[in-house]
Design a protein around this ligand. Structure first.
Ligand code: T3D
Length: 254
């Protein structure tokens, strides 16, 4: 298996597992990742964590596979695009734990996640321009939305290595944890999220997705619709009860 899966309570960890090739992405890996993300739609999964085995998150497309591939780039990209859409459309938090280099489409995978947690020694790089390609797998969509047009143009044109600290300052990375405690701190962060009000978080993701192209009027209507749904959830009742009883919440995600 080139994707390993581990479920602990509501937290599903998916690990890109080709450490000898720095988790370079093959067609097989994309197909397995797609299947795993489809299964992650199960309501018992309340947070998904995507990470890499060994010293890298992923160095992007396996360039050795490209050299022997028969199909066109356009045909091949359907495998990537399926994964990117699944990551974005999951109605629950999706975290990328960047444990080392995240390059090219490896970096794209992290951008499609809701939050990026990086180890101190990790770095990201667009990489595409260095081999004469354009950004793909959603990078041209997500990157300018996260860091703005000019910074995105700069990163996509010159493909510098951006350290975790620089990425944090640019807003690409949301948390940095020390290398030696990275796994434990990521797990604690993700387990905490997996006990959150998952239904409301899923609806929040829908709102954020729509806000990229909707008008204010449309968003106000959609917020009202989503609030109606969240307002009928068990978690909302639990939130109110916990407030009145002056205790912590015990959300079920429903
Ligand atoms: O459909 C399509 O195909 C289009 C989709 C394209 C999507 C893309 O992702 S395009 C971008 C592909 N990725 C790259 O161009 C990145 C290439 N790698 C690098 O620039 C560097 O490896 C890194 C900056 C990421 C990391 O540098 P470093 O110094 O930590 O490691 P290294 O020494 O360069 O690499 C270690 C090994 O991994 C090395 O193998 P070797 O020589 O020890 O046997 C290297 O060849 C291999 N490796 C690194 N990246 C890839 C790779 N092998 C296959 N594919 C790779 N992408």
């Amino acid at each position: 298996m080139v994707i390993t899966q581990h479920q602990e309570a509501g937290l599903l960890t998916l690990t890109l597992n080709r450490p000898d090739a720095l988790n370079a992405i093959t067609t097989e890996l994309l197909v397995e990742l797609g299947h795993a993300l489809e299964k992650a739609q199960d309501p018992a999964v309340r947070t998904v964590l995507l990470t890499g085995a060994g010293r890298a998150f992923s160095v992007g497309q396996d360039l050795k596979e490209v050299q022997v591939r028969q199909e066109s780039f356009k045909d091949h990209l359907r495998h990537y695009n399926r994964v990117i859409k699944l990551l974005q459309q999951l109605e629950k938090p999706v975290l990328a734990a960047i444990n080392g280099a995240a390059a090219g489409a490896g970096f794209s995978l992290t951008l499609a996640c809701d939050l990026r947690l990086a180890s101190e020694g990790s770095f990201v790089t667009a990489a595409f321009s260095r081999i004469g390609l354009v950004p793909d797998s959603g990078m041209s969509y997500f990157l300018p939305r996260i860091i703005g047009w000019s910074k995105a143009f700069d990163m996509l044109t010159f493909s510098p290595r951006i350290t975790a600290e620089e990425a944090f300052e640019m807003g690409i990375v949301d948390r940095i944890f020390p290398d030696d405690t990275f796994q434990e701190q990521v797990r604690a962060f993700a387990m905490d999220l997996a006990q959150g009000p998952t239904l409301a978080i899923g609806l929040t993701k829908q709102l954020l997705r729509r806000s990229g192209s909707a008008s204010l009027d449309e968003m106000l209507d959609l917020e009202a619709e989503m609030q109606d749904r969240a307002g009928q959830s068990q978690d909302h009742q639990e939130g109110l009860k916990a407030f009145m009883e002056k205790r912590g919440t015990r959300f079920s995600g429903l």
